[in-house]
Design a protein around this ligand. Sequence first.
Ligand SMILES: *Cc1c(COP(=O)(O)O)cnc(C)c1O
Length: 350
Amino acid sequence: MDIKINKTESSKLVETNLENIPFGRFFTDHMLEADYENGEWKNIEIKPYQPLVISPSIAALHYGQAIFEGIKAYKTTDGEAFIFRPQDNFKRFNISAERMQMPQVPEELFMDGMRKLIAIDKNWIPQYKNHSLYIRPFMFSTDELIGVRPSDGYKFMVILSPTGPYYTEHLRIYVEEKYVRAVSGGIGFAKAAGNYGAAMYATSKAKKMGFDQVLWTDPFEHKYVQECGAMNIFFMIDKKVITPDLSHGTILDGVTRQSAITLLNEMGLEVEERPLSMDEIIDAYKQGKHIEVFGTGTAVTISIIKELMYKDFSMQFDVDNWKTAPLLKSWLNDIREGKREDKYNWMWKI
Ligand SMILES: *Cc1c(COP(=O)(O)O)cnc(C)c1O
């Protein structure tokens, strides 16, 4: 694959402090851009990070054919750069593309493009604890035409953003029972832009009440839990770990979710993927069982949930006595930082 490379003459790195840099606000010196025209990917180029010039009529702005991925690159203590399980994101990207009637992105373009881009901007990967380089591949439709139909033209891009720790506080979560994120047959399993736009109203309401995020529930009875913001959710009740199953197509199949299941199994814990109702959680809480609740996602890694608010019932968890979620978080972080053996070949060398 022919990737044209056009490097910047003035790096912004000298004037950027990477320590504790906030999530998603700063971008590296370069970006990858490719166009899909007449059934082929062309104009593949790594170039200085810069604004796009687009027509106000481009289809993505009106009808929402837009998908993305979120991946992280790390620098280990000895200075080598790795990406965490990018192959899984690549596969998921094309699953999202298919659902949105967008073209497949070839593996070479996605993987080699990303690797070359990161190699060029390698010095932007922060080397502090819990820091990383967030990789954002995305694709959107570009036909200049107001008409509801799949576009003929698309743009695929990759941008990079150095990032510090995401949520530092433990989370307070509001269990949503009016608005819904995803229904069976919908696009919940796709990392499609519209899912996030649709979530903002309920999430803003929860934030006004003092919560950090909403936990979505099923659209029919608001009884079964789905997921939470851009995180999958896990409940440990006594020695058993439960996470909602993916069979309804309403939940994003998280790479961190898969990784968490693998590591929990390695700890000797059974992980059940099945429907989980709020009633079951409340019963366990009222019986005084040991409960740990956490979210998983590339942006957050493992996020500890200290409170769940369901109707008028607040469940407060004894976070200080948790063992499993903190251990899982440290195992995952240690693998990414090269301090724990990478048994499952998750780290992909740049
Ligand atoms: C990205 C995302 C996740 C987490 O997926 P990872 O692959 O672990 O980053 C979970 N839920 C939603 C809705 C997401 O967008």
